[in-house]
Write a protein that binds this ligand. Structure first.
Ligand code: GLU
Length: 469
């Protein structure tokens, strides 16, 4: 699909609210969204909540929150299938009327028995058509007290074929397909039927979804044909495998999108990562969502399963952290730091600290943890202190402390002053930098000492030095 589609592009994301927004679902949503944006179309959110046992309002909320966090805004919806029951019933009635569906009075047990017979005979188990009306056929007597299901009158011959824009042409023989139950004895419609009616009513032009739905597509196409609906184009995305090459599972993989903000990932990193996981634009690895929308035309979608790679996600997250506004990073890091006991009163401004420390971190959580050194009283280990604060170094540090009172408080001036003190005392940089770090921060690993000193400010440095000299 390289050319612009003829009809207005309308895509949808149609999650079943049975848990949380899954990484694979988020990628489907992203691709559907980007495709609609690319063609100036409409992106619809539809909640497929007809499985009453597994659907929950919390899960709906979790999906909507996840989409919002990612910034995948929908133009229409959310539409809830449970609120469309009248419409499904109406279409079932129309199909019964038109003869494209029929009442079937076979009991569950009878259907099971016919399936078993076929299995034994080495055939594909399916409904045997007992109640399927055909010209000249006499149907059995309607059993008393039994409520019928409604079955779709699937074509008996021929095949269903579609040009999947991820997988190429897929063809399934109608003989492979059952006369699907579209309404249960209590009148409630079934899954594939609802999807077909919705895609019709919502005028969906392109369906992008996981390839676990490939088997549903021929059934939905047949129903759409039977109700006289235009067919959308379909693209089925291969699944995302875990880092171990196996199916992702919540036991071993972070599959819930909303686990990522909690772990300190930025939405732009997740989006970039997901965009590239199954789609490519040349050799590009880093792209904004504006670029994705301008490039995402349904081509260059990968037909093989993608494998989750946390190193790559971390690399992207580091990239976006480096790019991120420091005020924004501060608002993300602060709650975690407060929980860890950070004291912000009288301490350096958090955005400046984060700017200094963000080069090498993979997550905002790592950044918050690293920044803690500016927000808690230093408690240098006594043994380490004895090791680094030697008699040879003390006079130099005393000089340094003395000059702190008057030196211009810039990184450059502080660096120059340290150099002069080192030269005057014939010391090497680490000999002074290590005890200085310990005294000022309580730890040996810090960003460049001149930058650390500068950010703490004259008063704090002078006070902390005074305790040891
Ligand atoms: N509700 C289905 C799911 O969550 C998606 C259906 C579709 O995209 O057609 O897997």
């Amino acid at each position: 699909m390289t050319t612009a589609p003829a009809k207005p592009v309308r895509t949808r994301f149609a999650p079943s609210p049975t848990g949380y927004l899954h990484l694979g679902g988020a990628r489907t949503a992203l691709y559907s969204w980007a495709y609609a944006r690319h063609f100036g179309g409409t992106f619809v959110l539809r909640i497929e909540d007809t499985d009453l046992e597994r659907s929950t309002p919390e899960a709906v909320q979790a999906i909507i929150e996840g989409m919002e966090w990612l910034g995948l805004s929908h133009d229409e919806g959310p539409f809830y299938q449970m609120q469309r029951m009248d419409r499904y019933r109406e279409v079932v009635a129309q199909m019964l009327e038109a003869g494209t569906a029929y009442h079937c009075y076979s009991s569950q047990e009878e259907v099971e028995a016919m399936r078993e017979r076929m299995r034994v005979a080495g055939e594909k188990p399916r409904y045997d058509g007992t109640w399927r009306p055909e010209p000249g056929k006499t149907l059995p007597a309607i059993p008393a007290d039994r409520k019928p299901v409604v079955r779709f009158k699937n074509p008996l011959d021929g095949e269903v074929s579609w040009d999947d824009f991820v997988k190429g042409t897929i063809t399934i023989g109608n003989k492979e397909l059952d006369d699907l139950v579209i309404a249960r004895p209590d009148g409630t419609p079934t899954y594939n039927f609802c999807v077909a009616v919705d895609d019709w009513d919502m005028e969906i032009s392109h369906v992008l979804r996981g390839d676990d739905h490939v088997n549903n597509t021929p059934r939905q196409i047949n129903i759409l044909r039977a109700i006289g609906a235009p067919l959308p184009l379909y693209g089925h995305l291969p699944m995302i495998l875990g880092a171990d090459g196996q199916k992702m599972s919540k036991r071993k993989d972070a599959v819930n999108v909303m686990d990522y903000p909690a772990q300190g990932y930025l939405p732009e990193a997740i989006l970039n990562y997901l965009a590239r996981l199954g789609w490519s634009h040349g050799d590009d690895e880093v792209f904004s969502m504006e670029q994705v929308c301008s490039w995402f035309d349904g081509t260059h979608l990968s037909n093989s399963a993608a494998q989750f790679n946390i190193e790559k996600l971390n690399w992207l997250n580091n990239h976006y952290i480096k790019q991120a506004d420091d005020e924004r990073l501060a608002s993300l890091a602060q709650p975690r730091m407060l929980a860890a006991g950070a004291v912000f009163d009288g301490a350096p401004a958090l955005p400046a600290v984060l700017a200094l420390m963000k080069e090498r971190v993979n997550t905002v959580n790592e950044l918050a943890d690293a920044a803690m050194l500016f927000y808690r009283a230093p408690q240098p280990d006594a043994a380490l202190m004895a090791q680094h604060l030697t008699d040879a170094v003390k006079p130099a540090l005393a000089q340094f402390a003395g000059r702190c009172a008057t030196v211009a408080w810039t990184k450059e001036a502080l660096a120059a002053m340290i150099k002069e003190v080192l030269a005057a005392n014939t010391l090497k940089m680490p000999q002074m930098a290590m005890p200085l770090r310990l005294i000022v921060t309580g730890q040996l690993q810090t960003p460049a000492i001149d930058a650390v000193l500068q950010i703490f400010g004259r008063e704090t440095i002078v006070a902390r030095l005074a305790k040891f000299l």
